[in-house]
Design a protein around this ligand. Structure first.
Ligand SMILES: Cc1ncc(COP(=O)(O)O)c(C=O)c1O
Length: 462
């Protein structure tokens, strides 16, 4: 009985995989304020040019720089686990595997992109990086990476998570970063929101506006902004997860998974695990690929495919994506990393194409699955990760009903040891589901009527 599959450091992938090279239907370009496609140099005040080149790259394989590999090797390759105890508890004929991304120093998949982003900024001569964070996993990952490369780091943390997860701030400070609650009074974007809504729980969209503003208004020109999800280069950096998993399956003779599952906030851990399998699906393999979101922030399942800004203050270009509208402020659930109005354009296009099936699950079912996982497999999951576990449990039960021996794979994107307040509320019966009435995002969607519309192009094969 093999519980974990390891790879040696030598077996760690040396290249990232770019799905943009293989998508059967083309991506629509990001647009500037005039409605015309933006050119790479228009992004130069926000990101260093070496990252912009990756953002627009159509190359299938991109080399991982040696200094990045050296840092990733501190916790990578991450183990692939067989969840025997969970299978037993569910009495399912399915085999359940999970890729354990919780073993990085900050506790999630986020350093897979924080490390290369800090590296590319460093070699470009940048001294300070600004960013947003929801649950705090991304902010602490960037703080960790900046510490290793000797960069300053400023984090705008969504107010509700700042209050729910105070230890995340202390982690960021320990790695030398400066973390403030968003909306803050430090930026015009933050002050504008506070003037209208002084008690707002905040949102990732607002925090992104603050972080972008802080980078582009730095008169030294040595600040840039980093995003923990959504953009193409972030999806790219995360593909090391799925590439390792494929090698691990090969080691134990699993030809392919039947179902690949991950939660999706901005889409990065989902892309990381699933994109290397999507290439097989595009080539004809029968693999179901499921992206899971909270029913309280149903971007993929109820948000239309539109052009929208990535942030509330409309500082980012217009991205072709599923969105609930940049003004939408999601209910204050504990899965802070899933409280985002939009979705990665690459993931959105894969949904439009039919390659990816989105699914929304309520937080009570997710916490129940997380507690079952903790009591069987032993690890306490991040509230975001619990969405992937809940979908894996649904699939394992379905396999039992159908009497099928399916191979289910999900991404264990992070541990929840900094998220215990949410567990406390759940265990005391204080949590409830927030299925979102249409009226709550109708106004933010109507805002998008004035914007250009992307074409929903698909081949119709899936
Ligand atoms: C543990 C964990 N999983 C998932 C997510 C969702 O982000 P993404 O969709 O970019 O993977 C987050 C975001 O903060 C996270 O912290």
């Amino acid at each position: 009985m093999q519980i974990k599959v390891y790879l040696t450091e030598d077996e760690m992938p040396r290249q990232w995989y770019n799905l943009a090279a293989d998508l059967p239907s083309p991506m629509q370009p990001p647009l500037g304020p005039d409605g015309k496609p933006i050119s790479p140099d228009m992004l130069a005040p926000v990101f260093p040019m070496n990252i912009i080149e990756q953002e627009v790259s159509q190359e299938r394989w991109i080399d991982i720089p040696e200094p990045v590999l050296e840092i990733l090797a501190r916790w990578r390759p991450s183990p692939l686990h067989r969840a025997y105890s969970l299978e037993k508890a569910l009495d399912t004929p399915a085999e359940i595997y999970y890729k354990n991304e919780s073993l990085s120093p900050p506790g999630s998949h986020k350093p897979n992109t924080a490390v290369p982003q800090a590296y590319y900024n460093k070699v470009f001569g940048i001294k300070r990086i600004t960013t947003e964070t929801g649950a705090g996993q991304w902010g602490s990952a960037l703080a960790f990476a900046c510490a290793l490369f000797g960069l300053e780091c400023k984090v705008y943390m969504v107010r509700i998570s700042f209050d729910q997860k105070p230890f995340r701030k202390i982690m960021m400070q320990t790695w030398g970063a400066n973390c403030v609650a968003s909306p803050s009074t430090e930026t015009k974007a933050g002050r504008d929101v506070l003037a209208k809504h002084p008690d707002t729980p905040g949102s990732l969209g607002i925090a992104i506006s603050e972080a972008v503003e802080a980078a582009v208004t730095d008169s030294t020109g040595k600040s840039r902004y980093a995003l923990g999800s959504v953009l193409n280069h972030v999806m790219l950096h995360q593909t090391i997860i799925g590439l390792e998993t494929k090698k691990q399956f090969a080691k134990i003779g699993v030809k392919k998974p039947d179902i690949v599952i991950a939660c999706a906030g901005g889409g990065s851990n989902f892309a990381g695990l699933s994109f290397p399998f999507l290439t097989d699906k595009i080539a004809g393999a029968n693999i179901e690929v499921v992206a899971v979101e909270p029913s309280s922030c149903p971007t993929m399942t109820r948000g239309p495919f539109v052009y929208d800004h990535g942030d509330t203050a409309k500082m980012t270009p217009l991205l072709p994506m599923h969105s609930l509208g940049h003004d939408f402020v999601p209910p204050p659930i504990h899965a802070g990393g899933l409280r985002y109005h939009g979705m990665a354009p690459l993931v959105s296009q894969a949904i439009v194409e039919g390659l990816v099936k989105p699914r929304a699950i309520g937080q009570l079912e997710c916490y129940a699955a997380a507690v079952l996982f903790a009591r069987t497999e032993g690890i306490i999951p991040a509230p975001e990760t619990s969405h992937a576990i809940a979908a894996a449990v649904q699939e394992a039960k379905k396999a039992k009903e159908e009497g099928k021996k399916k191979v289910i794979l999900f991404n264990f994107s992070g541990h929840g040891l900094m998220d215990l307040a949410g567990y406390d509320n759940y265990l005391q019966g204080k949590l409830r589901d927030y299925p979102l009435p249409d009226s709550e995002f109708g106004p933010s969607l109507r805002e998008l009527d004035k914007l250009p519309k992307p074409k929903a192009v698909k081949t119709g094969k899936w």
